[in-house]
Design a protein around this ligand. Structure first.
Ligand code: UD1
Length: 327
């Protein structure tokens, strides 16, 4: 019996592979390496390079490894890029997910965990935002993910198939053991970029938007440590295996930090003031979004262990320093 992890060579996926192996799962990874890195996939996992929309490949793997659950990370994730290339986002996120879901249903894989996003809410009317809030995505990225949630919901009604969609807020940090971390060289994530600036890989940090209606005018986000996020997936897997109902759950800590607060924290960890530059907001960016994750806590018994911006930044900075000395 195995679990198949799509996008297992990526940032969050590679952490999931390690956590799954740590708890004794047999793991199969499918990743096309468009942004993922082969070297981040733990040796003990069975790795297959390929597309998650390739139903022939998937059916073979489901049979070969006796796959009983899929954790689906593979996809495109950059909000402003999705505004420029909407059809690529609908292809990679929506169309490919549709094929994967169909392959699961046809191959008898009944448990599915989906990486969804806080971007399905757009700019929420109230923060912290609950799962019952209006769904008004502000970018093709958010819409491409929301459509996948809807496909899952409809598929569950029609077939013997259940899912948990986890709506991620801003995932950051790295494995505290230093085994993996965010390694995409051109990643756009704030904490990653700020660490690159601190290590002089990038000359200056753009602060995108200084006139938002937030505490200091910069964007506010709920940064969640990748280890806590991955723990939510493991709990979701247990829930589905026990016959638990399909669920859509926010993943965040319930408090927001502004871009300036993040910059200060990175400066503190790095021991140097970061050079910054005020720039216009990026298209598709929202002012503020913070999670209400009480449903995740109540339904899955999730208890965050790393709810601390300083710890998130310290692990991200340690990983970035490692990448720096390796290159
Ligand atoms: C992130 C996720 C997205 C998720 C969303 C949920 C990535 C690439 N995207 O988007 O999948 O749906 O969280 O909330 O992780 N910023 C700067 N300078 C920079 C980079 C960012 O000022 O160099 C600002 C942004 O304008 C934003 C904040 O920092 O206000 C966070 O940006 P970023 O880390 O790119 O994540 P999101 O766009 O929020």
């Amino acid at each position: 019996m195995s679990i198949l992890i799509s996008g297992g060579a990526g940032y969050i996926g590679s952490h999931m592979v390690l956590a799954a192996l740590d708890r004794g799962e047999q793991v199969v990874v499918v990743d096309n390496l468009s942004t993922g890195i082969r070297g981040l996939v733990a040796e003990a996992a069975h790795f297959h390079q390929g597309n998650i929309g390739d139903q022939v490949l998937l059916r073979d793997l489901f049979r070969q490894y006796d796959v009983t659950a899929v954790i689906h990370f593979a996809g495109s994730i950059v909000v402003p890029e999705s505004v420029e290339k909407p059809l690529a986002y609908y292809q990679n996120n929506t169309v490919a997910s549709r094929n994967l879901i169909e392959a699961c249903i046809e191959g008898g894989v009944k448990n599915f965990i989906f990486s969804s996003t806080a971007a399905v809410y757009g700019t929420p009317e109230n923060n912290p935002v609950t799962e019952a809030a209006d769904l008004v995505p502000a970018s093709p990225y958010g819409r491409s993910k929301l459509m996948t949630e809807w496909m899952l919901e409809d598929a569950t009604r029609a077939h013997d198939f259940r899912y948990v969609a986890l709506r991620y807020f801003n995932v950051a940090g790295a494995d505290p053991g230093g085994r993996t971390g965010q390694s995409t060289p051109r990643a756009t994530h704030l904490i990653k970029r700020a660490c690159q600036v601190a290590l002089e890989r990038v000359p200056v940090l753009d602060i995108f938007g200084t006139d938002f209606p937030t505490k200091d005018g910069t964007g506010v986000r709920d940064y969640i440590h990748v280890t806590d996020l991955v723990a939510a997936h493991a709990l979701a897997l247990d829930h589905l295996r026990k016959g638990g109902e399909s669920s859509v759950l926010n993943c965040g800590y319930g408090h927001g930090f502004s871009v300036r607060q993040v910059v200060e924290t990175v400066s503190k960890v790095a021991g140097r003031k970061l050079p910054t530059r005020e720039s216009p907001p990026r298209s598709g960016d929202v002012a503020e979004i913070v999670a209400d994750s009480s449903k995740l806590q109540a339904r899955l018994g999730w208890k965050p262990q790393h709810n601390d911006l300083l710890e998130i930044v310290t692990t991200a900075y340690a990983w970035e320093s490692r990448l720096n000395s390796a290159s």
